[in-house]
Design a protein around this ligand. Structure first.
Ligand code: 9UX
Length: 77
């Protein structure tokens, strides 16, 4: 049975709705991520993922590779 974990991370550098879609797409492309919602108003990403398939650092890297930033110390499990 697949396990699902959730976490929320602050995303910096987003200024428009296209940014939101870019970050959501980058996160959804990570193997093990089942849901990725990005909120422009709160500048945060809410993620559901299988912890046996991916981890925080991989999801952070996906955001950074898309050209945005994450304040690692403010990631909430
Ligand atoms: Mo909007 Mo975001 O024109 O990198 S896509 S600012």
């Amino acid at each position: 049975m697949a396990e699902t974990s959730q976490l929320r991370m602050p995303v910096s550098g987003m200024t428009c709705a296209s940014c939101v879609r870019r970050v959501e797409k980058a996160l959804a492309a990570v193997s093990g991520v089942s849901e990725a919602f990005v909120n422009l108003a709160t500048r945060s990403a809410t993620l559901s993922f299988d912890p046996s398939k991916t981890d925080t650092s991989e999801m952070v890297r996906a955001i950074e590779d898309a050209g945005y930033g994450v304040e690692r110390e403010r990631i909430e499990a």
